[in-house]
Design a binder for this molecule. Structure first.
Ligand code: SAM
Length: 301
C-alpha cells in the first residue's frame, strides 16, 4: 500500500470514519520520497555510529504510518507515539506487515520518558525521527533534550531527526549573534549539533501547510562536551536569559530569578567578564555554562 497516495489516505480516513485534525497539527506526507529521505537521514547517521547491535527508532506522531513504515524497514525496532485515537486502527492496518513496531496511543508530552524508553527500547541504541506536529515542536524537542542523558552522562539518543517549519529550523541551527538564536538553540548546543538537511515544500502534504518545512538532524554528543554543576540550573538560566528578548541579560535574568537581587546578578555578569549591557543572544553555550555554575554557587551559598 502506498501510504503517500492521496486517494489511499482519503480512503483510509473515510473507512475508519475520521479526517485530518488541525488541532493535532496533522499534515500528512503525500510524496513517498519524503518519508524515505527522512528515515534514510536518520538511519544512515545511526548506522555510521553503531554498525553493530540492535537499533531502534522512536517516532512522535506516526499519522497513518508513512514515515513509520520506512523506519520499520530500516530499524530493528520502532516505537511510535500517536495522540489521535482515531488513527490507531488505521495504523493497525497500514503497519500489519511489520512485526517490529509498537504503536502507543498517548500524548507524547505526558509520557514519563525515562521509564517509557527503558520499558520499550531498553536493549537498543535509539534515534528519534518524526514529522513533528508544528504546534508543539519546541516543547517536544525540549522534552527530548532534557531527557537525553543517562545517569552516567552518556546520550540516550544517537540523533533527533525532525521535520519542522523552515523558520523553526533556522532557529534550531542558528549561531550566537544570529537573529534566530534563542533558548532552544542554546539548549541544543549543550547536547549536540543541529544540521539542516533539506527543505520540503507545502505541496508534499495533505492538507498543505502555509509554509515550507525543513528536515533537521540534531546529532547528539555521545558523552557531554560541556559540564555544569546542575543541568536544571542551566535550563533555568537559558530560559531566563531569553524570557525578555528585548531586555539586557541583566534585566531578563532579574525578572526570572526572584531569589537573587539585581545587584547580585550584575556582580555575576561582571565577574564573568561580560559587558553589563550584554543581551542573552550574544552568549555561546560555554558562556551559559559558566553563568549557570556561578548562579548555582551564589544561590547555594
Ligand atoms: N508522520 C505522519 C506523516 O509524516 O505523514 C504525520 C505527521 S503530522 C505532521 C503530526 C502527527 O503528530 C499527527 O499524526 C498528530 O496526530 C500527531 N500528534 C500531535 N500531537 C501529538 C502529541 N502530543 N503526542 C503524540 N502525537 C501527536
Amino acid at each position: 500500500m502506498n501510504l503517500c497516495d492521496i486517494s489511499t489516505v482519503k480512503r483510509l480516513m473515510s473507512k475508519y470514519g475520521t479526517g485530518t485534525k488541525k488541532g493535532f497539527g496533522q499534515n500528512f506526507l503525500i510524496n513517498e520520497e519524503v518519508p524515505y529521505s527522512i528515515a534514510e537521514a536518520s538511519y544512515s547517521y545511526h548506522k555510521s555510529k553503531y554498525p553493530n547491535g540492535k537499533i531502534a527508532a522512536l517516532e512522535i506522531g506516526p499519522g497513518i504510518g508513512s514515515l513509520t513504515s520506512e523506519l520499520c524497514r530500516a530499524y530493528d525496532k520502532v516505537v511510535a507515539v500517536e495522540i489521535d485515537k482515531t488513527l490507531i486502527p488505521i495504523l493497525g492496518e497500514t503497519l500489519a506487515e511489520f512485526d517490529n513496531v509498537t504503536v502507543v496511543n498517548e500524548d507524547f508530552l505526558k509520557l514519563e520518558l525515562d521509564s517509557f524508553l527503558e520499558k520499550n527500547l531498553g536493549e537498543c541504541t535509539i534515534s528519534v525521527c518524526a514529522n513533528l506536529p508544528y504546534y508543539i515542536t519546541t516543547p517536544i524537542i525540549m522534552a527530548l533534550l532534557e531527557n537525553a542523558r543517562r545517569q552516567n552522562g552518556a546520550s540516550k539518543f544517537t540523533s533527533i531527526t525532525v521535520m519542522v517549519q523552515k523558520e523553526v529550523a533556522s532557529r534550531l541551527c542558528a549561531t550566537p549573534k544570529d537573529s534566530d538564536y534563542g533558548a532552544i538553540t542554546a539548549s541544543i548546543n549543550y547536547y549536540g549539533e543541529a544540521k539542516k538537511l533539506f527543505d520540503v515544500t507545502p505541496d508534499n502534504f495533505l492538507p498543505a501547510p502555509k509554509v515550507t518545512s525543513s528536515v533537521v538532524r540534531i546529532e547528539l554528543y555521545d558523552e557531554p562536551k560541556y559540564k555544569v554543576e546542575s543541568e536544571k540550573m542551566l535550563h533555568r538560566v537559558i530560559a531566563g536569559a531569553f524570557a525578555q528578548r528585548r531586555k539586557t541579560l541583566l534585566n531578563s535574568l532579574s525578572s526570572s530569578f526572584s531569589e537573587l537581587s539585581k545587584d547580585e546578578i550584575a556582580e555575576i555578569i561582571v565577574r564573568l567578564g561580560f559587558d553589563i549591557n550584554i543581551r542573552g543572544e550574544r552568549l555561546s553555550i560555554e558562556d551559559f555554562c559558566s553563568l549557570s555554575d556561578e548562579f548555582t554557587k551564589v544561590i547555594n551559598k
